[in-house]
Design a protein. Structure first.
Length: 354
């Protein structure tokens, strides 16, 4: 659904441009190259359209007001507010242009907004309205940190105490997870995803009392606090598919999906993501992991799924640079595989006594 984007003077970027996002979009790069920041921006903009579409049916609401709130709650900047998202290198106005297009939902629109480093919580340069997206559209972000164990604490912190700490990527995900499982058939592609994910750990997640989540293995139930981190990572995906919050009209943002997973489970998860993309879900993910990147390359070649890789780099004191390649066609040079090669070279030197 996100077709293209042009960013100027956003965080560490002086400019970032992608003319055509793919079904799967992989963002790689060393620490402090803006991977998560980019994911959050695309998520906040798209999620705002989702929220606006639902709320405008019953109330008179300003899109740009919602956008400012979502950006603030997603990034949780300091006292200076949204202006902290403006590049410190150029100090010129931040400018964002995102094009949306979804053939199946008959949706097309363009979002542009801009603000300077003195902006706190209000965006002036932005349209008041945008086209509404379909009711069954979903936009989801799965952060790197696990959320199932702390669901109640996160909701209490944000919903009741209105305290910062857990940004909207966590809160929005929790709100999606506690929606009851719905009856009815799941698409064949996504049913296959659930089956293979649950086979990884020979069990499944079910919703208990008071929005609690339990892991069920055979006839035995385990509280979420006693369930492994890897199982919880898989459980989030299966729960979202079962309660229809992750469907064929969704956009999924996944930050470091490999966290807490063994390499064999990581490779299997990538296969599941490829099946999701074939079912119609657009995927954006950030990773540091060689197994993730290599398996995506292999799966994209086998499945013939368009898959873009955005390799980010940054020299000290300079803006972030981006090299775009097609993982379906080739496996490009990148900082992840470069480190693997350096380790192999070091081992050879040690074996030769050099």
């Amino acid at each position: 659904m996100i077709k293209s984007v042009t960013l100027k003077n956003f965080m560490g970027y002086s400019e970032f441009r992608s003319k055509e996002f793919a079904a799967i979009n992989v963002i790689i790069g060393k620490n402090d190259t803006g991977k998560t920041g980019l994911l959050k921006l695309l998520y906040a903009a798209t999620k705002t359209i989702d929220i606006y579409s639902k709320r405008k049916q019953n109330e008179d609401i300003s899109f740009k007001k919602l956008l400012a709130e979502k950006l603030s709650d997603t990034y949780q900047p300091g006292k200076k507010g949204l202006g902290e998202l403006v590049s410190k290198i150029t100090k010129e106005k931040l400018s964002i242009d995102i094009e949306f297009a979804h053939t199946k939902l008959n949706y097309q629109d363009r979002l542009h907004f801009s603000f300077g480093d003195s902006t706190t919580n209000t965006i002036i340069d932005c349209q008041e309205n945008i086209n509404s997206v379909a009711e069954n559209f979903r936009c989801l972000f799965i952060p790197a940190k696990e959320v199932l164990t702390s669901m109640k604490a996160i909701r209490a912190t944000r919903d009741n105490l209105h305290m910062p700490g857990f940004d909207d990527t966590y809160l929005d995900l929790i709100r999606a997870l506690v929606i009851p499982t719905q009856k009815g058939n799941i698409t064949q592609e996504l049913s296959g995803v659930i089956k293979r994910l649950e086979e990884l750990f020979e069990g499944q997640f079910e919703q208990g009392k008071d929005d609690d989540v339990i892991f069920k293995k055979g006839n035995t139930e385990f509280p979420i606090s006693l369930t492994s981190e890897g199982v919880k990572k898989i459980g989030i995906l299966t729960t979202l598919i079962r309660n229809r919050q992750l469907n064929a009209n969704s956009i999924l943002f996944f930050d470091e999906p490999e966290t807490t997973l063994h390499p064999d489970a990581t490779r299997e998860l990538v296969e599941m993501l490829m099946l999701m993309a074939q079912a119609g879900i657009q995927i954006f993910l950030a990773t540091h992991n060689y197994f993730v990147l290599k398996q995506i390359h292999l799966s994209a070649r086998r499945s013939n799924v368009q898959t873009n890789c955005y390799s980010l780099s940054r020299e000290k004191g300079k803006s972030i640079e981006c090299l775009i390649s097609d993982l379906k066609e080739d496996f490009p040079e990148n900082p992840i595989s470069d480190e693997a090669i350096r380790m192999a070279d070091e081992e050879i030197k040690l074996d030769l006594g050099l």
